[in-house]
Design a protein around this ligand. Structure first.
Ligand SMILES: [Zn+2]
Length: 67
């Protein structure tokens, strides 16, 4: 499973698992949009690692909802 770190470009939109410094907080999931960069954590800085759980097209990129 590929892991991404703060500063890496987001390869695909979808739900990512975030793994923080364990002294900070537990794993949780977030939605991230393709083309942006994974951000640092306000608490544990560049520690978090991101793993794609489930990819999903952003609705603006769906042919049925483009405008
Ligand atoms: Zn953190």
């Amino acid at each position: 499973m590929a892991q991404y770190k703060p500063g890496d470009e987001v390869p695909r939109s979808g739900i990512y698992k975030v793994i923080h410094d364990r002294r900070h907080t537990q794993e949780h999931e977030v939605t991230v949009i393709k083309g942006k960069r994974f951000p640092p954590c306000n608490h544990c800085g560049n520690h978090p690692r991101f793993e794609l759980v489930r990819a999903a097209f952003h609705i603006n990129n769906s042919e049925w909802f483009k405008h």
